[in-house]
Ligand binder design. Structure first.
Ligand SMILES: Nc1ncnc2c1ncn2[C@@H]1O[C@H](COP(=O)(O)OP(=O)(O)OP(=O)(O)O)[C@@H](O)[C@H]1O
Ligand SMILES: [Mg+2]
Length: 355
């Protein structure tokens, strides 16, 4: 296994985006992005389409210019350094291998450009092919390989020059579910073994939460929150993050005094700041909704979807509010579609947002 040799030479860089701005005509792609990536961490960039994820990566890699702000790698502003001297390895969403080159020549391409001798670059490229589990594919052309294999080759190519930073822009999104899961684990394992600072762009919140040390949620070119997956999920800083990461239902509630609301007939303390004015909603995750069969209950079960160990029910209240609730699948049989239930929230502070 060649990871040991690779790991020794790899360095872990700190990456900082400071007040980074980029506009395209009337479109603001990045609107003062502030974000620090720690040495050796895998940071997932998550956010809706068009929020500036790819733009941030392309500016870091040197493929795109910026209007103002800074991008620092180990404290040095890299925005004036040409792309090929930036030490960033990038893997894109679509397979971007050179179609006329074999796998091994694709991986060795950057080394060739750098003037590494043929024997040495082939040896190194072969090591990288082993690293990504495809040593026997060295002489295959891209069109002779599956999508998953091509992305592994692209990953090997990105790692060949021992970049200080690895940039992955939705590398798995074109792959089918199973290949995607395998490659997810493999990328994570490799990244940890090499200790390489990695920015991973994804649309898929599950992918972000399962792979990353920290997840940065972007919204309209700005950072909304950056935190460890568990914290992001349990303590979202804003309603936007709460609803973007995981599933949330909104339930209308009434103000019931300082820092307290009344919801589903009970009083709950509010978690964090309570908006000073306006009507409010409580935001609640499906696993935190408590349901019990009750013929006179206020919640009507309107649909059920089997998710394996849990079943997700949707219940409707008299005012039309729909709430999602996860039940252990065994328990859900007592609440068939059309039945009624009592509904409550656990006795703990709730997250609220304006209606
Ligand atoms: N070269 C360009 N010319 C004009 N507009 C651009 C260009 N590149 C990006 N944009 C715009 O900047 C905004 C951010 O684009 P970007 O590609 O960074 O988004 P993204 O977060 O990667 O989205 P997605 O998840 O769809 O890939 C979008 O509104 C996009 O249309
Ligand atoms: Mg993109």
């Amino acid at each position: 296994m060649s990871t040991a040799t690779l790991a020794k030479t790899a360095t872990s860089a700190t990456v900082e985006f400071r007040a980074l701005r980029r506009t395209f005509g009337a479109t603001t792609a990045l609107d003062g992005l502030d974000l620090t990536v720690n040495p050796g961490e895998l940071l997932a960039l998550l956010g809706p389409s068009g929020c500036g994820k790819t733009t941030a990566l392309r500016i870091l890699a040197g493929f795109e210019s910026h209007d103002s702000g800074q991008v620092l790698v180990d404290g040095e502003d890299v925005t004036r350094i040409p792309a090929h001297k930036r030490d960033a390895g990038m893997v894109f969403q679509s397979y971007s291998l050179f179609p006329h080159l074999t796998a091994i020549d694709n991986v060795a391409f950057g080394l060739r450009m750098r003037g590494t001798g043929k024997a040495q670059r082939r040896r190194r490229a072969q090591e990288l092919l082993e690293l990504v589990g495809l040593p026997q594919r060295a002489e295959h052309y891209p069109h002779q390989m599956s999508g998953g294999q091509q992305q592994r080759i692209a990953l090997a190519r990105a790692l060949a020059l021992q970049p200080r930073v690895l940039l992955l822009d939705e590398p798995l999104s074109a792959l089918d579910a199973k290949v995607r899961l395998n490659l997810r684990e493999e990328i994570r394992r490799l990244q940890q073994e090499l200790g390489i600072t990695t920015l991973f762009v994804t649309h898929d919140q599950e992918e972000a939460l399962s792979m990353a040390d920290r997840v940065a949620v972007l919204r309209a070119g700005r950072l909304e929150q950056c935190a460890a997956p568990s914290e992001l999920y349990a303590r979202p800083a804003t309603a936007f993050v709460a609803e973007f990461v995981g599933t949330m239902s909104r339930i209308p509630c009434e103000r019931a005094g300082e820092g307290t609301v009344s919801v589903l007939g009970r009083r709950h303390a509010v978690d964090g700041a309570m908006p000073a004015t306006g009507d409010l909603h409580v935001l609640v995750r499906p696993e935190n909704v408590l349901l019990a069969p009750s013929p006179q209950g206020p919640a009507l079960v309107v649909s059920a979807s089997f998710l394996g160990a849990v079943t997700r029910l949707t219940v409707r209240l008299a005012d039309g509010t729909e709430i999602k609730a996860d039940l252990p699948t065994e328990g859900a049989t007592a609440l068939p579609v059309g039945s009624a239930a009592d509904i409550a929230l656990p006795d703990r502070p709730v997250l609220v947002d304006r209606r």
